[in-house]
Design a protein around this ligand. Sequence first.
Ligand code: AMP
Length: 611
Amino acid sequence: MNPFIELGIRHDIVNAISELGFETPTPIQEQSIPVLLTGSNDFVGLAQTGTGKTAAFGLPLLELLDFEENHPQALILCPTRELCLQITNDLKNYAKNMPNVHVVAVYGGASISDQLRQIRRGVQIVVATPGRMLDIINRDAIDFSNVRFVVLDEADEMLNMGFQEDIDSILSTTPDDKKTWLFSATMPAEVRRIAKKYMTDPHELTMGTKNTGNANIEHEYYVIRARDKYAAFKRIVDFNPEIFGIVFCRTKIETQEIAEALIKDGYNADSLHGDLSQQQRDKVMKRYRERSLQLLIATDVAARGIDVNDVTHVINYSLPDELENYTHRSGRTARAGKTGVSISLINSKELGKIRQIERVIGKKFIKAEIPTGFDVVEKQLFGLVHKVHNVEVNEQQIEQYIPRIMDEFAELSKEDIIKRFASLEFNRFLDYYKNAPDLNVQFDDSRKSFDGKPFDGERGGDRGDRFPRDGGKSDYTRLFINLGSVDDFSRGEMLGFICNNTKITGRNVGKIDVKGVYSFFEVQNADVDQVVNGFKGVDFKGRQVRIELAGEGESKSRNGGGGERRERSGGGFRGGDRREGGNRERSGGGGGFRDFSGKRREDRGERKKRF
Ligand code: AMP
């Protein structure tokens, strides 16, 4: 018999979840479903994300509610819009063979009138983020007097995000005799307090040891100098050509800058942070979910509730300020029984934090070594060989070309042909990594490289030196634009603005320095005319946009504000940890992403509609 039937779930639902690939219950489902199905207990479940907890409370709810009645009977509160949509979607999937089940997602950043309309039409399950829920309650637009079950999902996150008061107000509109089910990844004192406040003698369930991270996650740390961080990070990515990862940064700025640097270096990456509009965030998430994006660079807040399966690596580019967040971050990988790696890039002073995290997750980290250039080249070479071996040949289409191809290779032996195919990609990596130094900290005194020469590829100076500056013979021209941070431009937005108006690709734009009322940016010499022409007649909020060669712009602005000389040396990347090769074309590493800039431009185009 299907084990979900044995747990007491009806056939309609079991058939639906079987289609989702749920064959056996996860441990939390196995233990909580029988308890929750009684409908007579308050409940506290200490469970990480990715353990199957949505079904653990969702399936019992579908069993317990009366779907012949069209009024709210269950309220699920969760911290983020993403999680809200995820839960709603999951519930609809579980209930797809059941008649008259209505679930509404209530969250901010979307049209409230649509949500109100759905509520008016009649719903039994409301899945909501606290802010928008309270808004709707304050409009007297919903009646919770018949609510029988309240689920507080990711309770610790909701409290972290400051929703305590909202939750209090919302729950005060529900009946006293409802049952409350609380799920949380961690159990800090605040969660304990709300459990105590809202529940009577709850049934408690802890999955695994308290606070223990997912056993399928391997935790690794790399000790590197701050200034080598970006190069080290790229090596790790290059060493894992099939990586599908989430990279966590501490701040929005860091997130944006790492993403921009990666894009410039030819990687398939984009950023997710709170400065993006909801629409932009949705777009990034959609691309990540569809795997047309390989690396998602995110802040903790933006990444909350992301539920994407098959994430191979979580990379802590910076460790989280709140160590408890490490569990949330690493829990984005190794979902639904898969394995995953959580990598932390640290400097030697942060070792103490690693030890603290080890205590929190109850698991030891492995100290890993940044792969050498040679390791990367070898890995990429065999990745390529493997791909060639497994490529699907379209016999029909290729057939017509075979005689000409054979002709071309007639002189070459099989070995020669293989060597040449392999060299196509191999040379690219070999060139980039041939002088690569060891980036692991313990080799501080003996900066080894393949041939002992200094390596320029990954350590090309600070951001100001990203582009060749060989005695003034640079390929780039610096331009002045009369818009800056007072017009709400970040560097990323300026890049979008430039690309959008001039139709040059973002990869051909060099350093951007956003000042107060003006900015400087570099474009390839060959693109100068296109840029100047592109901005002709363009106005920004009624102001004529003005572009000038930087010399002119600088002298003008010095008259205006002064001190602008400093912008050359002062524009470095925060912490100086961004090092990149002058050799940007070759540094693409992961390979195959060259068509990316076009897509990226589209994104920026969207983002810039407000101009
Ligand atoms: P959750 O913790 O609810 O976010 O679930 C994590 C992932 O596991 C989701 O992608 C679910 O679809 C999946 N999942 C949940 N329960 C099962 C199950 N019993 N068998 C297989 N996959 C599951």
